[in-house]
Design a binder for this molecule. Sequence first.
Ligand code: ATP
Ligand code: MG
Ligand code: MG
Ligand code: MG
Length: 489
Amino acid sequence: QEWPAPLVRKTFLQYFADRQHEIVSSASVVPHNDATLLFANAGMNQFKPIFLGTVGATEAFASMKRAVDTQKCIRAGGKHNDLDDVGKDSYHHTFFEMLGNWSFGDYFKKETIEFSWELLTKVFKLDPDRLYVTYFEGDKDLGLEADLEAKELWMAVGVAEDHILPGDIKDNFWEMGETGPCGPCSEIHFDRIGGRNAASLVNQDDPNVLEIWNNVFMQFDRQKDRSLKVLPARHIDTGMGFERLVSILQDKTSNYATDVFTPLFAKIHEVTQARPYTDKYGKDDTDGIDTAYRVIADHVRLLTFAISDGAVPNNEGRGYVVRRVLRRGSRYARKYFNADIGNFFSRILPALVEQMGEQFPEIVRMQSEVAEILDEEEAQFARTLDNGEKMFERFATRAIKSGTNRLTGDEVWRLYDTYGFPEDLTKIMADERSIGYNDEEIEIARLKAREASKSTKEGVIAFAKLDVHQIAELNKSEVPPTIDDAKYT
Ligand code: ATP
Ligand code: MG
Ligand code: MG
Ligand code: MG
């Protein structure tokens, strides 16, 4: 059977709808009612109050016991941050859809494990030999036992024992953020190649053995003091990467080779007249063009959905993520596609709206506003891009000539402060030239600049003499600066 992306989404929703799950809409990717969360980073965000048992929360989803949806997610800052991988690998995006099913105090481990296995192997007909599952191995510090129940349940549905692996707190205890709902989880991984024992490649960042679905057994609320409070009821929360599932069902080795991304590549090709996309990575992508295609296709999705849901580019928190992503993308467009910056993303936008507008009508409704905001922001960046690149060249030349081969923290800061080059953009440029930088030094430069903007000259001089640890002490009592997203998860 052929699996075009829209059919994959529909099949997932229908499978759970047939099992008494209510199909709910994706929440806004901008969590307007949760000031601790930068962007929706998982399907469960909108259900957080139900898990916590917060009074009044149940009204919104009154009497709902089971739900299913596809949630718009952004992971480009905060606790779950994949921005630096995007463009480089074949399966992390800054914006993606997370398919999920939920039980609110209704069914628990047994049923969710049965559902996931049946859906993947009977409906989507994935080969069980290619699937590996994991369970939580327990944690002494948290006082939690290994989740042998999950292991047995996987065996009961027919998973071979050597395809069931224990995992530690990093991979098998899911947390939304620094605080909030959490619990042990059990994940499903897929081996794209087969004909081998891939168990040792699970959770090793191997693009051919990738995580597809996480089943979280919600039981705790992480407190500020790091302790775990038991929730009033136990819930099921699952999340499956839509683009990853599509890539597997379409038998591709990369999310970017699927019909989720090909219409965007076609549009980028049309607008830039660059050579077509060939899905090469790392050193194989000799001219860097495939990487640039990926970055731009990914970023136009983030920009469109974030702006449609009300996050406009500015200098703090959510808005700064949007700005950073737009600047990062614009620079790729200019460097690799020789594109004019000022209305680049708005020319790619129609392809995205056409492709995803049916599932997410908000981007149709907001299309002209999004285009306007993108153009305005791009034009503003275009005005300083030339000078900023010249300044970067000067710093780079100095670094090479002096033999340090490294940008100083002050230089990185100046590029941000004077030319609006976000730190991650400067780092990309430095990486392209094999020039180093030191994160601690950049941090000192940033703190120094902040101090300078609010204190006397003497204060600045004294401050400049502090080392990073002294500065960290000083900083403890302070509100985080606006350009980072430290206050968000
Ligand atoms: P990974 O280990 O691959 O980074 P994760 O463990 O961070 O994934 P979860 O928090 O468990 O991911 O989220 C549930 C599912 O969402 C994952 O199993 C994966 O399929 C998908 N997913 C997570 N991050 C991304 C991303 N950046 N782009 C696309 N899909 C993602
Ligand atoms: Mg991750
Ligand atoms: Mg993982
Ligand atoms: Mg995971």
